[in-house]
Design a protein around this ligand. Structure first.
Ligand SMILES: C[S@@+](CC[C@H](N)C(=O)[O-])C[C@H]1O[C@@H](n2cnc3c(N)ncnc32)[C@H](O)[C@@H]1O
Length: 271
């Protein structure tokens, strides 16, 4: 677990496809994003990168900057972070659990999904609410990030969770978090685009940005699922989301809102 004051050295490269394994000194991880690749280091890596550029002349350094880890990843000021039935800790500490509470041990590294963001909170509340009345055994978590929702679903009672993310660094972070929570036997991680990875499931969970959701909701493949938890959009987009919902989908009450971000629980009627 990185300390909030630990400096992060971020190098932005353009022009190539990062090799699947990069053995560079001090490298925390690789984050490909559209035409760019971001490399995260815990110490200045200029010399290391000069060697890398000699072997990979297709990459060009476009920017580099330094910031404290605590600025990149906001963590709860006080832990455990309590969200409905969940208690989330990001550092090793002993925690007292009430009989119905569920502990999530999440080391987010530099990946989205520490539990602090309102969209994650909304999805966790939705999962907890849904599992209080039904018990979906198979779950598909699109845009898993740290794996927080996949792990939560597994701990709520899902037998099998498929968790997809296109960022390889999210997949390795989620893998470590699954191990930390003892759910590696239940959660299967898939690196790839969510649009091309839609395994069968009873419950679909999507917390990806609005542009993805807009396109995805339009896809009638949605109706294959029995329930869905969808988040990642602000209240102002809610009318558009409701309009785009496939006809099989019924919004279940309550609509959840956290700091202007909405999460919906959907129940799909059989086609
Ligand atoms: C908002 S974060 C959600 C993380 C976590 N599920 C949570 O609720 O905190 C969205 C995640 O979706 C991933 N992502 C974005 N577009 C994607 C796509 N087309 N296919 C798969 N994953 C995608 C990002 O890499 C990121 O990890």
């Amino acid at each position: 677990m990185l300390k909030p004051e630990q400096p992060l050295y971020v190098y932005e490269l353009k022009g190539g496809v990062p090799p699947p394994f990069l053995n560079l000194e001090g490298l925390l991880g690789v984050w490909p994003e559209a035409d760019y690749t971001y490399l995260f280091f815990t110490a200045p890596a200029d010399a290391t990168l000069q060697l890398f550029f000699r072997e990979h002349p297709e990459f060009k350094l476009t920017r580099h900057y330094q910031l404290p880890y605590g600025h990149w990843q906001q963590l709860a000021a006080r832990e455990p972070l309590v969200i409905d039935r969940f208690k989330i800790i990001t550092r090793e500490q002993s925690v007292q659990l009430l009989p119905d509470e569920i502990l999530l041990r999440i080391d987010p590294g530099v990946i989205f999904g520490s539990g602090l963001h309102p969209t994650t909170r909304g999805c966790l509340r939705a999962l907890s609410l849904l599992y209080s009345t039904v018990n979906p055994a198979k779950v598909l978590d699109l845009g898993t990030g740290t794996g927080v929702l996949a792990i939560a679903a597994a701990k709520l009672g899902a037998q099998q969770v498929e968790a997809v993310d296109l960022n390889p660094m999210a997949i390795s972070t989620a893998a470590a978090n699954c191990e930390r929570n003892g759910v590696t036997n239940k959660v299967h991680l898939i690196m790839g685009d969510a649009r091309e990875n839609l395994p069968e499931a009873e419950l679909l969970c999507v917390n990806i940005h609005f542009d993805f959701l807009k396109e995805f909701l339009d896809d009638r493949a949605f109706c294959r699922y029995r329930w869905a938890v969808i988040g990642g959009f602000l209240r102002e987009k809610l009318p558009m989301v409701r309009e785009l919902l496939p006809s099989c989908a019924m919004v279940k009450e309550p609509e959840l809102e956290e700091k202007g971000w909405v999460t919906l629980i959907l129940e799909m009627s059989k086609l």
